[in-house]
Write a protein that binds this ligand. Structure first.
Ligand SMILES: Cc1cc2nc3c(=O)[nH]c(=O)nc-3n(C[C@H](O)[C@H](O)[C@H](O)COP(=O)(O)OP(=O)(O)OC[C@H]3O[C@@H](n4cnc5c(N)ncnc54)[C@H](O)[C@@H]3O)c2cc1C
Length: 493
């Protein structure tokens, strides 16, 4: 008899889990899947929402699944349906339309919800006040874009990644946009002081107003954000981007252990062995990452366990990389970014070129790259992201890494090792991309279709593009010389 897996949440983690299960169990012999999703849309790539606001992508471009996906994959899909409660004693969930669905295993993939600071004028009861928006769901995009289309000023409250991506997208549309941030440094969780300053300058160049160290007193609808010093930042719309919180209320109400997120072990199990949690709502080893890469790694491990494909599979945590998706600004931050040169054990290198809006910081500890900030060095960023967390991977001379001279994975993408990871969200190596190319995937879209590379945060898209170009150029020459594909794959490198 097969196991009935019920997934609550049809976001990036829930959708991926269903795909991973079907990849291991295509005929539904081992697992029957039901997905219950509160949104009325088929799964989409949430990471791309700023590009939809910008007008660069359409809603269709962000789709993860087509209309026939559920039927073709033998998935029962309940869209626009919210799970109201979990009846653990009865092994069933209660839906908002009064129905109940039984389960053998329940997976909570409820994501996160935007957090709003207690500032007067942002809320109207439980709802957002008039003129206040968040960018979290597909339905948020048209509302924000409409204000931009009317040419009205917008303020973005919060200078973290999401706030800056929203502001950059609006500036691209020609909107007068101002980021209002409480700290004296943008992206203060990821960046040190000099990096924050370089980023602020780069954003200002791109037409984004930046106000730091601001206390907001209230929002005056139709007028703007009133700061504690009396200044009013003009805004017909305030986009609040002050962080998210794991969506844990369903689990908490069911008596499942919850701290910041829903607590899970290496098997992604809650304290009820029949209930799992993955994605933004889950807390593993004290961490709720809020990033898509870890969510997809968890989906893969859980699919191994639920289908029995690999009963020994375990989730041991992720080494996530934060990339800012703002046009004209290449920014990557990973690991310990706040370590200073005064640290007695770590080696900390810094290179600042503020006039060109470039900054690099590299932290090397025990011959490992344990942290980095890279602004304005796209090639170096790809190299460092690859080395991050890999033991004994830092070169003897870390400065070489920055110069891109002797680093093992630096240089043209074609010369990288086959095992080097190009797409971190999906853990796709260069070797897998070359194999897909050889099998007929001859464009960036086809490579994405075949390997998923580039379907996550999109940060590797330029590298995949460069690889496709390089392979296209190399192929005739290699064929003429009775090509040794192993060399192109980097196996022999
Ligand atoms: C604008 C934006 C940009 C981002 N950019 C990046 C980026 O560049 N890189 C990166 O790594 N991450 C990024 N993220 C974060 C990334 O999108 C999340 O980490 C990822 O979506 C997590 O997937 P999830 O399935 O856990 O949550 P979600 O994708 O949020 O999905 C959760 C789903 O569960 C549904 N749900 C909740 N409760 C219930 C219920 N009771 N019943 C039924 N359904 C329910 C919700 O409606 C939602 O559809 C971004 C997020 C946003 C909003």
């Amino acid at each position: 008899m097969n196991t009935h897996v019920v997934i609550v949440g049809y976001g990036m983690a829930g959708a991926r889990l269903a795909e991973e299960i079907r990849a291991r169990d295509p005929d539904a012999a081992a697992v029957r899947i039901t997905i219950i999703g509160a949104e009325r849309h088929l799964a989409y790539n949430r990471v791309l929402l700023p590009h939809i606001v910008e007008g660069e992508l359409s809603r269709a471009d962000a789709a993860l699944h087509g209309a026939g996906w559920a039927r073709e994959n033998r998935v029962e899909l309940l869209l626009g349906t919210t799970v109201r409660a979990v009846d653990r004693a009865g092994n069933r969930v209660l839906l908002d339309d009064g129905r109940t669905v039984g389960y053998d295993r329940l997976v909570l993939a409820t994501g996160s919800t935007p957090w709003l600071p207690p500032i007067e004028g942002l809320r109207d009861g439980a709802a957002l006040a008039e003129g206040v928006a968040v960018l979290h769901d597909l339905d948020d995009c048209p509302r924000i874009a409409a204000v931009a289309e009317r040419g009205e000023p917008v303020a973005v409250l919060g200078g973290g990644v999401l706030g800056l991506e929203s502001a950059s997208a609006l500036a691209e549309r020609g909107t007068q946009v101002t980021v209002v941030h409480r700290s004296d440094r943008l992206m203060d969780r990821q960046l040190d002081g000099p990096a924050g300053a370089v980023l602020a300058d780069a954003l200002t160049d791109a037409g984004v107003g930046v106000l730091l160290g601001c206390q907001v007193r209230r929002y005056r609808p139709g007028t703007g954000l009133e700061l504690a010093n009396g200044t009013v930042v003009p805004a017909r719309l305030v986009v609040v981007a002050t962080g998210v919180r794991p969506a844990v209320s369903l689990a908490a109400a069911a008596g499942i252990a919850v701290e910041h997120g829903v607590v899970v072990d290496d098997l992604l199990r809650t304290d009820d062995p029949a209930v799992h949690a993955i994605g933004d709502c889950a807390q593993h080893d004290g961490v709720s990452s809020g990033l898509v890469g870890p969510a997809w790694e968890q989906a893969s491990v859980l699919a191994d366990l639920l289908t029995g494909a690999d009963p020994a599979a375990r989730y041991r945590g992720s080494a996530p990389v934060t990339a800012l998706k703002a046009r004209g600004i290449d920014l990557v931050a990973l690991g310990e970014t706040h370590t200073e040169p005064s640290d007695p054990v770590a080696e900390v290198l810094r290179l600042a070129d503020p006039a060109r809006r470039r900054y690099v910081k590299l932290v090397v500890r025990n011959e490992r790259v344990t942290g980095a900030i890279m602004i304005g060095f796209p090639a170096g960023a790809a190299t460092v992201a690859q080395l991050y967390g890999t033991p004994n991977a830092a070169p003897a001379e870390p400065l070489d890494l920055l110069a891109g001279a002797t680093a093992p994975a630096s240089g043209p993408v074609l010369h990288r090792q086959a095992s080097s990871v190009i797409c971190r969200c999906n853990t796709v190596t260069k070797g897998e991309l070359v194999t897909a190319w050889q099998a007929g995937a001859r464009s960036v879209d086809a490579l994405r279709e075949a390997t998923r590379a580039g379907s996550g945060c999109g940060g590797c898209r330029d590298t995949v593009c460069a690889l496709a170009d390089a392979l296209a150029r190399a192929e005739p020459a290699a064929a003429a010389a009775t090509a040794d594909w192993a060399e192109i794959e980097g196996v022999a490198a």
